[in-house]
Design a protein around this ligand. Sequence first.
Ligand code: PMV
Length: 350
Amino acid sequence: MKPDFETTWKSPSNIALVKYWGKHGAQLPNNASLSLTLKNAHTITTLKAYRLHSGLQVKYLFEEEHRPDFEAKVKRYIETLRNEMPFIDEYALEIQSRNSFPHSAGIASSASSMSALALCLVSLEYALQRNPTHTPAFFNRASFIARLGSGSASRSVFGQWATWGKIDGLPQTSDIYASPLRVKNAPLFQQMRDAVLLVSSSPKKVSSSMGHSLMNVHPFASARYRQANENLQALMFSMQVGDFETFASIVENEALTLHSLLMTSSDDGLLLKPGSLQLLEEIRQFREQTGARVCFTLDAGPNIHLLYPESEKEIVHGFIRDSLLGHCENQQWIDDEMGIGPEQIEPKRK
Ligand code: PMV
């Protein structure tokens, strides 16, 4: 049967430099965050919608396979959108998704997968309303819908640098959707790269929703939210003036703060592995000895993200090969860089 509507979106992952950790209400952030949108780590999702008037039905295939666990999660998410998108109750939705990175590599995929799905759903909504897509309003709506599935996914809808959460002095920013960072950065920060060093692919014991909720009872929570907002302002300034030293010190402090909060929230929050710590030491030593502009950040897991400007690519790739791969699981790493954001693949933009 031919679907009444079909679309495919490719949407990237992102890595936060100022972390979102702690939320309230309907997935609203307790502090603003800032991230780098990636290029190579992405999800491609196709949505086929059949208008059957028989109540919402969801069929979900991940990498061509039926995954009842993923399907149940996606269905729960789409059900939460009923108020926002009442038309979905008339549709049987067939969703197919695949990631560019190995699912078992310990790389968080919720940002790319939720944003790709949100872009597909908002494309359906806009088609029904006969509204033009690819407008600022379309992307804000997609970011809003993505946020309801995963907070960090709201930022993947925008390329390069994105922020999410109200920021003093930036009137376009909001808690309900992310925005592209509209300040002019120094050339050093106009094409950044991210090497993801895979330390362990074992699944983590603490989910991000559990981690966010543990922040509600963390004794350092209010100091953390204050610190995040100060770090965000100082980080944006360092990027405008091209001050890599300050940038590196804030980015690394944010990563270690996230893990300090994790470790002190729950016994399962110790996510760093011996290999992660060895890598952090190697990176700091290398920077001290060579003056190379490179620093690390971490997601809520043991893998290390090595951030550096394009101009340092040769020296950093040599460093990865010679000193870092030995600490990685099966010598695995992902060579990624700043990307321009999501892309609709089919049907082509009119
Ligand atoms: O989007 P969530 O609910 O999976 O939370 C992700 C939080 C971090 O990845 C740890 C930080 C961030 O801002 O992306």
